[in-house]
Design a protein around this ligand. Structure first.
Ligand SMILES: Nc1ncnc2c1ncn2[C@@H]1O[C@H](COP(=O)(O)OP(=O)(O)OP(=O)(O)O)[C@@H](O)[C@H]1O
Ligand SMILES: [Mg+2]
Length: 373
């Protein structure tokens, strides 16, 4: 039997729900060569959305190339991955990978190797010692697009990684200067999860990527959609859940995409025929326990001030942290501590600050914290 719910990898097909407006907007951007930036907290569905649109668009003379730079630690890593993926994903014939490498990267003394199945395993490494030539890597999409007479959309996941490169600003300037000269045939979709880092990359006037493209702040999937989805997946797999209980599932995890799927899955496993209140209650305990190790990792190494601050948010305090009453109730010391604590917890992605309101990024961590701490 197929999985009723899916979490831990990008949602596609029957596991993908809603996001109609985002899909339409992204499709229009991809088709018309408009650069896009997508920002959201972890596990809300950026990758799923981009891959879905990229798949749908592939039919129309537009090639979407998906690159994940999570493992890249330096501009050199970036260039290597960029070159390999652009070559590999703009054709499905290995003969063409070889031909394009020779045609467009010969100045960088490329080395290619294949596994026993050439279509499955392809590696490429280029010589980046002569930094003058690095631009040849960045203009690769443009050259291939012209050569093949197609449009190319380069989608780069975990783009915030570039902020951690040493001398990141110089690298950003270089990317921007090459990319902005590329014609309509190439566009970029840059996305990632560290909201504050991405905000700095794209929203600060002094940043090279300021006003680079259409910025989408991904929203949560609505209750209506989730309820329909959860009830639908139950009935397609021979079980039943009421709309009320389905709504309770998504409310409990604050409509967080990955947790809705995980929670619904555990409820489904517990359900014999029709889900009960008890199934949902037990499933919540299981989910919190299953993720407990993760939450211990979250708090490991936090200072007591940081823990106290989290305790305040868990209690429902969202602003007004400089008030004496809150400072003393939660043992936060002097008010000048607050902005430092906020910044450090935001950097660790434990909290989100939007319109001055502070909330947990991870709703189940909040439940665990309130229970255990
Ligand atoms: N449109 C959707 N419909 C249903 N479930 C979804 C959808 N988008 C995301 N999910 C759920 O959320 C999970 C995380 O999705 P995804 O990996 O796309 O998020 P992300 O924002 O890219 O995460 P990360 O910040 O870790 O990169 C998926 O495994 C799936 O369970
Ligand atoms: Mg992702």
């Amino acid at each position: 039997m197929e999985n009723p719910f899916l979490f831990g990898s990008a949602a596609s097909d029957k596991w993908f729900t809603d996001r109609k407006d985002d899909t339409q907007r992204l499709k229009a951007n991809f088709t018309h060569g408009i650069n896009t930036i997508i920002i959201s907290p972890r596990r809300w569905g950026k990758t799923s959305l981009v891959l879905k649109v990229a798949n749908e668009i592939n039919e129309k003379n537009i090639i979407a190339v998906n690159i994940d730079i999570f493992a890249c630690r330096s501009p050199e890593d970036f260039y290597q991955v960029f070159a390999r993926e652009i070559i590999r994903q703009t054709s499905n014939k290995w003969e063409e990978w070889v031909a394009n490498t020779k045609k467009f990267l010969s100045n960088l003394t490329p080395k290619i190797s294949f596994g026993s199945d050439p279509n499955a395993e392809f590696s490429l490494s280029i010589d980046l010692k002569n930094t003058q030539l690095n631009e040849e890597v960045l203009s690769l999409p443009q050259k291939i697009a012209q050569d093949k007479g197609v449009k190319i959309v380069v989608c780069i996941d975990e783009f915030q990684q570039i902020a951690d490169f040493s001398d990141s600003l110089t690298f950003q300037k270089k990317l921007r200067s090459v990319w902005q000269l590329q014609s309509q045939s190439v566009s970029y979709c840059l996305y990632g999860s560290k909201k504050h880092l991405l905000n700095t990359l794209f929203s600060k006037q002094s940043s090279p990527f300021y006003k680079f493209g259409d910025v989408i702040f991904l929203q949560k999937i609505s209750e209506e959609n989730w309820v329909q989805y959860i009830c639908g997946r139950f009935s397609q797999t021979g079980k039943h859940i009421s709309e009320d209980l389905a709504a309770e599932i998504c409310r409990t995890v604050e409509y967080h995409s990955s947790y809705v799927q995980q929670f619904a899955w555990i409820v489904w496993v517990k359900t014999e025929h029709t889900a009960t209140e008890t199934d949902v209650k037990d499933a919540l305990d299981d989910m919190i326990n299953q993720n407990a190790m993760l939450y211990y990792n979250y708090i490991e190494g936090l200072t007591s001030l940081q823990i106290n601050f989290i305790r305040a948010i868990a209690d429902g305090v969202h602003d007004g942290f400089s008030q004496q009453e809150i400072l003393s109730k939660y043992h936060l010391g002097v008010s000048s501590n607050i902005s430092r604590i906020k910044k450090s917890l935001e950097n660790k992605e434990l909290i989100d600050i939007s319109k001055k309101l502070i909330t947990f990024n991870d709703p189940v961590f909040r439940l665990w914290f309130s229970k255990e701490m």
